[in-house]
Design a protein around this ligand. Sequence first.
Ligand SMILES: Cc1ncc(COP(=O)(O)O)c(C=O)c1O
Length: 379
Amino acid sequence: MAEAPPQHGGNVHQLARRLNCHPRQILDFSASLVPFGPPPSLRRALRQALNDHVAPYPDPSHQALREAIAQSHGLDPDWVLPGNGAAELLTWAARDAQSLINLLPTPGFADYQRALATWGVVGRSLPLRLHWGDGPQCWADALAEPRMLQSLRPHPTALWITNPHNPTGQLWHRDSLEPLLHAHDLLVVDEAFLPLVPGGESHSLISLTAGFGNLVVIRSLTKLFAMAGLRLGYAIAAPERLQRWSHWRDPWPVNGLAVQGGLAVLADPLWQRRVWRWLAGEGPWLVQHLSRQCPALQVHPGAANYRLLSSGHSLTPLQQSLAQQGILVRDCRSFTGLDDHWLRIAIGSRRHNQRLVAAMAAVLKKLDHHPPATQTSPS
Ligand SMILES: Cc1ncc(COP(=O)(O)O)c(C=O)c1O
């Protein structure tokens, strides 16, 4: 049976089964996680938690974790709700949004559509122009069809923002997002990758949650601390909204190991700075070396720890050939508006980035791909 294009990155298990190897042998550039994690503090906490936090039920109020998260943002714990990854919380945001017209910037993260579909809702595409930079951009300038919003004016709307955007990596300027709070009945701002971006925190909308009951900010700890297998994220929003969500979900959505792991990494003050230093150095390195050694690829700018690549040719043969070598990159066909001419790659460690660039250059040479005659921006 032909495999459907993946909806998410990170399915190293599938490729490992196909290559008959251990998942650890797969070089995964399809999920954008910090490559040198998880932090030692997490490993230590988990060893201890195996003794103390596997047998008992976790505290259903997640009080200690809510306090730690709240403290890291200077908030009251009632404004915080931990979840089984950001993905779980998106499902509850979608339930709140089910009676509204849901606007999904495209190309965009497919999980918002999944969350809405849980409640029988289909989101509407809000096309973005495919021109972006690596600095913070004004949201309004990015809309390909701004008139579409005017035509919806009398209807109540929910807008789903990803900052920085996935898959483009475009960072939205906070000042340009603020007016959206007056224009939409619900604004869901997914800041899953924002804590990784040097200077990114200044574009967070978290500090606005106190003044706007229609704002929900979702954060993930899985990328920053490379703990996607443990599953941990949180929502920041008005306490009434979060209490409503708590009543909807199962009593122990965050397991005891994830709680202890979360407490440990949140108490690690140096980690985020280390991540910023790595991204500030490794992002430009990867772009420079890919551009030089793979001239058939256009490497698009971005602020996050991933980059989009495009080509005048289908990139499926490149992707398949890399997979044969145990290198996984993100198929972009599940992003509305992108096709097989696009791939997304995570930024890894220097050693892994070198392997990726060398493998890509060798495959492209074999495929005899040439640079496009004129390097135009995609539209
Ligand atoms: C933009 C975005 N938001 C949320 C998530 C889900 O994060 P988590 O692992 O915390 O569920 C992802 C995962 O790739 C993502 O790309």
